[in-house]
Design a protein around this ligand. Sequence first.
Ligand code: C2E
Ligand code: CA
Ligand code: CA
Ligand code: CA
Length: 280
Amino acid sequence: AKAAKVDRPIVFDQVLRDKAQKRLYIENELRDVISRDELTLFYQPIVDLESGDFRGVEALIRWFHPESGMIPPDEFISIAEEMDLIIPVGNFVLNEACRQLNRWRKTLGPLAPANLHVNVSRKQLEHPTLVTVVKNVLRKYEIPPECLHLEVTESIIMHDREISVSTLNELKKLGVNIDVDDFGTGYSSLSCLCDFPIDVLKLDREFVKKSDRDREVMLIEALIILAEKLGLEVIAEGIENAEQLALLQALGCRLGQGYFFSKPLIAADLEQAILKEDWP
Ligand code: C2E
Ligand code: CA
Ligand code: CA
Ligand code: CA
């Protein structure tokens, strides 16, 4: 019993140390990640649930480290944010995604993604250069602003409401779309729909995951009706099987993404999938 008591803090310590070490490692490696050219974007299709038509893509960042392999965004985005590296990383994402869309518009013509969704972090939204960066990248790659969707979570826009309202309004003036990501998981979900200029609700994956339960179904249904009344589009995230798809279709959800259609793909594979119309 005595040994067990002593053991605990040691084990705990070990975990902490490993976590701290992992963090330190990521911090160090992140510092010049852009100049080392290790970041890349994957693209996940967004599909019209009624017609099956391909509607657009969400750009998702990946970090391929020469020794550690793929480090997923959940492991490094928040660290990049704390280190203020999210500004160059976020600029990389915007530039790279728009560069790729420009290529697709040239090579695929009408088959090119009509909508490009890019995730924006809190520091990016609160950074004074965001509007200029977006404006310049759209011009540089000749992308119609209505093609671009900036995805922000509720907690991001609620963090500093004044900055958010004015920045989002300026972005709207450019003509880009604002999507609320992970909708339904944060606080004040409903009031943010009134106070901010929003175009799309992205229904969090958790709702879809639990859509075998009556209450979740009612909630999804109510949110879809609410969105319709407010003139917003809904994109359901995390559709993994035919049952979930059928349910969302029955509830009138127009758009969705998830492994059932496709995992996030590298640009070349997405291109192939588009040409073969390779989704359920
Ligand atoms: P998110 O914006 O909610 O992105 C959706 C996540 O769900 C992605 O994880 C995607 O791969 C995953 N996903 C898609 N379909 C399914 C499905 O059917 N089932 C399941 N279980 N998962 C699915 P990923 O790529 O690992 O990204 C995680 C998070 O990292 C993103 O969540 C986003 O918050 C953040 N992130 C990714 N790329 C960027 C970026 O370029 N900038 C910023 N600021 N954040 C990013
Ligand atoms: Ca997102
Ligand atoms: Ca999401
Ligand atoms: Ca999420």
